[in-house]
Ligand binder design. Structure first.
Ligand code: ZN
Length: 203
């Protein structure tokens, strides 16, 4: 069973033409395939990598094209959080294939996923789950709606929970909202999946 079949949760037998929207073999080249896909407005909502026949045979050629496109989308940050899950399907195509030992494909580590701070646009570490998070120095800029500085901490030793406090009150004056602001932009704080706090732009 190849990894695409595994990701689909389908047996080969169950796959038929109706499971696919496109077949890469019908294009002159991988470049022309990717041009066709990525030139369409919000292409990631129209096409899923798991509905493209023979895509698994061209991952090395597709890798720089896909990552360049998803990096550009992350830079622009015009997607909603719901839409973002469709974008990362394309990144995950590469990540999952790389992790699958039965697959020949190995990620080219020189080709990096890029993510910018949603406030100051500095390049920050790629956090796939948190596409609109802010960088470390912007964490120090967050305030309540009146402009008074706040900070958030986990409430549990294991890294769970999220509680806000006014800065300079030694965690005595609580700030009981997950909403916070940088100038007029609205953000929200939440516990990060593996501990810590993540602050993201609110939709
Ligand atoms: Zn920043």
């Amino acid at each position: 069973m190849n990894f695409i079949t595994k990701l689909f949760g389908l047996n080969k037998k169950e796959k038929s033409e109706k499971d696919f929207d496109l077949n890469i073999k019908n294009f002159d080249s991988i470049n022309s395939f990717w041009e066709f896909i990525s030139e369409q407005d919000k292409w990631y909502l129209k096409y899923s990598p798991y509905r493209i026949k023979n895509i698994d045979k061209h991952l090395s050629e597709l890798e720089p094209l896909i990552i360049q496109s998803t990096n550009q989308l992350r830079d622009k940050m015009e997607f909603s959080y719901d839409e973002y899950w469709k974008i990362i399907n394309w990144d995950n195509l590469l990540i999952n294939a790389d992790m699958d030992e039965t697959n020949k494909f190995k990620r080219d580590e020189k080709i990096k996923f890029r993510q910018l701070c949603s406030n100051c646009k500095v390049e920050k570490g790629f956090q796939q789950r948190y596409p609109k998070s802010i960088c470390g120095s912007c964490h120090e800029k967050i305030t309540d709606i009146s402009g008074r500085k706040v900070e958030f901490f986990n409430t549990h030793w294991s890294g769970g929970g999220c509680q806000g406090y006014y800065i300079g009150t030694e965690q005595k004056e609580k700030y009981d909202s997950e909403l916070c602001y940088i100038n007029v932009k609205e953000y929200f704080a939440e516990e990060a999946r593996f501990g810590g706090i993540v602050i993201q732009l609110k939709e």
